[in-house]
Design a protein around this ligand. Structure first.
Ligand SMILES: [Zn+2]
Ligand SMILES: [Zn+2]
Length: 256
């Protein structure tokens, strides 16, 4: 089985729930049950107060058979984005892995990927919403401090796309930018649990990424320990189809 890592997980869910061994241990137990050898905790940077590197160090001591990466999902939140970036800079040495995500369209106060937020795309018009999303991605990559892009085509989450949308072509310039910056991107199984019913990103984007030799990580985007490695059965056959033999692993920001 190639799918033995999970590099996008949210132990705190959507709140500040300070790290303790009790909070994190069930995630490691789940890794063992599901054959995961390497996991990255990547809570949203807006909940960074809850991240405790000493607790992660303790967890590593008592679980030497599972590799545990200290990570964060850094996004373009108009309120916390800047301070989040500063926090990542400050704690870079203790972090192993930084995901970069766009959850906000310009001037929006709510994340567009909320279950009740398809109206944001509708009111902008799909074409403009997609263009806006892409330019936010461009800015996110440009500001630096990330190792890997999350859910690259998240904007499709509600199953709404512009009429003439060609995913590989539309994201082509972003893929070039990712390759040029030496970053990785992930396959994220959470899309299978959303209205769009497809992993992020879609297969044509993945094939273009592989042609550009962009390293690929795999992840569930679990918001509960029960979801660690969720849908990895389907992921296995996807990797086989696109010819990806080994998902990339990281340690201290370095590809392994
Ligand atoms: Zn995200
Ligand atoms: Zn996430």
């Amino acid at each position: 089985m190639h799918c033995d890592c999970d590099y996008h997980t949210h132990p705190q869910g959507h709140a500040v729930r300070p790290y303790t061994v009790e909070l994190l241990q069930p995630w490691i137990d789940r890794c063992r049950e599901r054959g995961i050898k390497s996991i990255a905790f990547t809570d949203h940077d807006r909940y960074r107060e809850g991240v405790d590197f000493d607790v992660i160090a303790r967890l590593r001591e008592i679980n030497s058979d599972v590799e545990i990466l200290a990570g964060i999902e850094l996004d373009n939140d108009p309120v916390t984005g800047k301070s989040g970036l500063k926090w990542v800079e400050t704690h870079r040495d203790r972090l192993d892995f930084v995901l970069g995500s766009v959850h906000y369209l310009r001037d929006a106060s709510r994340m567009f990927d909320g279950a009740d937020q398809s109206g944001q795309l509708q009111s902008l018009g799909f074409e403009r919403a997609y263009e806006e999303y892409r330019s936010q991605l461009e800015a996110l990559i440009g500001r630096g401090q990330i190792d890997c892009l999350s859910h690259l085509d998240l904007i499709k989450i509600h199953g709404l796309v512009p009429d003439t949308y060609d995913p590989a072509k539309f994201f082509g310039p972003i893929l070039e930018q990712i390759a040029g910056a030496g970053l990785a991107m992930e396959i994220n199984t959470a899309g299978w649990r959303k209205p769009v019913g497809e992993q992020y990103p879609t297969e044509p984007i993945l094939r273009s990424a592989l042609a550009l030799r962009i390293p690929i990580t795999i992840s569930s985007d679990a918001h509960s320990y029960a979801q660690v490695a969720e849908d990895y059965g389907k992921l296995d056959s996807l990797l086989e189809r696109i010819g990806l033999e080994k998902p990339t692993r990281y340690w201290q920001h370095q590809r392994q």
